[in-house]
Every structure is written in C-alpha cells, then in structure tokens.
Design a protein around this ligand. Structure first.
Ligand SMILES: NC(=O)c1ccc[n+]([C@@H]2O[C@H](COP(=O)([O-])OP(=O)(O)OC[C@H]3O[C@@H](n4cnc5c(N)ncnc54)[C@H](OP(=O)(O)O)[C@@H]3O)[C@@H](O)[C@H]2O)c1
Length: 155
C-alpha cells in the first residue's frame, strides 16, 4: 500500500524487501527501484539518497544503516513495531539534521482523504481469499510470509 501511495504522491519510490522474489511485484505496484535488504552492499549503495523512509518492518534491524540511507533533513518514520528497543548512533542525526518519527493509523478525516486518493489513483489492497473452512491454512501461509499481501477469509 505504501508503495502505491508514494507513487500516487509523485515520489521516486524505492522498495526494500528481504525477499528478492518481491522485486517484480514491487515494480508492478509502482516502485522505481528495489533494494534487497538482506544484502548489506545494496543498502550501502543507497546511502544518503532517500528523503523519507517508511518502515513497516516488524523485526529487529541495524537501524543505523537506514538512518545512513537518508539524505540530509530526511525522516525515518516507523509504522511497523520491532520487538526490541531501537538503537542507533546520534551523530548521523545531528550532522544530517535527520529525524526519526512514528505514526499510528489516521483520523477518520485522514482516512476519508486516503480513500479519496486511492479511488483517484487506483490504489488497491492486494489480497488472497480463503474460504472460512481453510482459515488454519491461511494462518499457516501468513506465518510463512507467503501471503501476497493480505489473507481475506470469506464465507
Ligand atoms: N502504526 C500503526 O498504526 C500500525 C497499525 C497496524 C500494524 N502496525 C504494525 O505494523 C507492522 C507490520 O504489520 P503488517 O501486518 O503490515 O505485517 P506484514 O504484512 O507481515 O509486513 C511486515 C513487513 O516487515 C518486513 N519484514 C519481515 N521480517 C523482516 C526482517 N527480518 N527483516 C526486514 N524486514 C522484514 C516484511 O518485508 P519483506 O517480507 O518484504 O522483507 C514486511 O514489509 C507490525 O509490527 C504491526 O504491529 C502498526
């Protein structure tokens, strides 16, 4: 969803993923660039290039690398919740006037705006449907990170 919205906003969009096989899908959703975040060299290549990073990651990371990927005055915004406390060197924040932030879901007014943008730009949730009787199968697939991207149970 973030890739689609960022593209709709006119951004030059870079998708990060630990799954190399998501590159084609990320580009189809609107990403101009793809970074395999399991490759440290690939992360170093984007150092100092990004204005805004939206992290949906729910796992611990070397957050310093993401901070270094920001341009001066750039922002690393957390919406995903890593299990451990986040730590990083402060100097890249000071020297690059960089910001770390977080965001919850929007207010009802912001959600209405979001749906309006989605309707105008054709932003759609990518879902996989499962009959209710196969709920356990769906949950297993979610656990294996194999659902693209939301599992929907139908009656
Ligand atoms: N801020 C809010 O208001 C709000 C609301 C709802 C949920 N959340 C939080 O948002 C987070 C994501 O939830 P979701 O339902 O979107 O989960 P999800 O669909 O499973 O997405 C998890 C993301 O983390 C990445 N990821 C997983 N393991 C990783 C690893 N080891 N290293 C790097 N990246 C990894 C995945 O990317 P790849 O598989 O492509 O690498 C994917 O982008 C959760 O922490 C949830 O609690 C926040």
């Amino acid at each position: 969803m973030a890739i689609q919205f960022a593209r709709a906003f006119g951004a030059d969009v870079t998708a990060f993923s630990t799954s190399a096989d998501k590159e084609e899908e990320a580009r189809a959703l609107g990403a101009h660039h793809f970074v395999n975040s399991r490759e440290s060299k690939a992360l170093n290549k984007v150092a100092g290039t990004l204005d805004f990073i939206l992290s949906t990651i729910n796992a611990d990371q070397d957050w310093g690398v993401y901070l270094q990927a920001l341009r001066p005055t750039g922002t690393l915004c957390f919406v995903g919740v890593p299990p451990s406390a986040v730590s990083f060197q402060v100097f890249p924040l000071i020297s690059g006037l960089r910001t770390i932030s977080g965001s919850p879901i929007g207010s009802p007014h912001q959600l209405r705006e979001m749906i309006d943008v989605a309707a105008r730009h054709g932003v759609k949730a990518q879902t996989e449907s499962f009959p209710m009787a196969k709920a356990n199968e769906a949950i297993e697939k979610v656990k294996r990170n194999k659902v693209r991207y939301r599992a929907v149970l139908t009656n």
